[in-house]
Design a protein around this ligand. Structure first.
Ligand code: PGA
Length: 239
């Protein structure tokens, strides 16, 4: 997606059904934004069959390994064979609940890129880190440990998701989003020498989407809860 359009990515998490996918098959192409839907693994096939062509398909995770004795895992190679184009990596729920470290995340990012898919790498600070004024420091550390170490830069999207904003209805104010995105973009663009899209995620919804999308250096949104309602998601896509 190399154009000036914003990217609206849906993270369905462990939600959704064949029925919901059928509803989403009625989405109409937005004028100004590109759309990615990341359903659970079990719905990737119906996403491919049912969703209109303008919607790109993403997964929410993958193994850092290509294949082998890793019961229950799915590799980037397999996702590529399933016509997936994007993979969310390092979501805070995976970092926290499944103890994914920056080292594992780096390996996953490398595997995704090697398989010619685009990783959407999530970074973000906790509330206590924010309160301690450590947001930029934490983000820098995450970027250094799991993003700038990859030796290719042709496919990469980063999502800034403050952990305290995910699923809480809270969002940083526009000034905070602008400052943080500027910092992330500067660091990534300087390192990779290309423009790396940086999405905002965390309680983005139909009401706040235009305000957030109009903030400088916000290249799109990663939407959780609000991406499960067709009407709301359609409004966000048309923001
Ligand atoms: P939310 O989730 O929009 O429900 O806050 C965003 C995310 O976790 O990617």
């Amino acid at each position: 997606m190399k154009n000036n359009k914003k990217i609206i990515a849906a993270n369905w998490k462990m939600n959704g059904s064949e029925e919901l996918m059928k509803e989403f098959s009625q989405l109409t192409p937005p004028k100004h934004n590109d759309v990615i839907i990341c359903p659970p693994f079990t719905l990737l096939d119906s996403a491919k069959t049912l969703l209109p062509n303008f919607i790109k398909i993403g997964a929410q995770n993958c193994s850092e390994e290509d294949n082998g004795a890793f019961t229950g895992e799915i590799s980037a190679t397999m996702l590529r064979d399933s016509h997936v184009s994007y993979v969310i990596i390092g979501h805070s729920e995976r970092r926290t609940l499944y103890r994914e470290t920056d080292t594992v995340i780096l390996k996953k990012v490398e595997s995704v890129i090697k398989n010619e898919l685009t990783p959407i790498v999530c970074i973000g600070e906790t509330l206590s880190e924010k309160k301690a004024n450590k947001t930029l420091e934490v983000l820098e550390k995450q970027i250094d440990a799991s993003i700038t170490r990859v030796n290719t830069h042709t496919r990469l999207i980063v999502a800034y998701e403050p952990i305290w904003a995910i699923g809480t209805g809270l969002t940083p104010n526009e000034y905070e989003i602008r400052e943080t995105h500027l910092h992330i973009k500067k660091k990534l663009n300087l390192h990779f020498n290309i423009d790396v899209p940086v999405l905002y995620g965390g309680s983005a919804n139909a009401e706040n989407c235009s305000k957030i999308l109009s903030v400088e250096n916000v290249d799109g949104l990663l939407v959780g809860g609000a991406s499960l309602k067709k009407h709301d998601f359609e409004m966000i896509c048309n923001c």
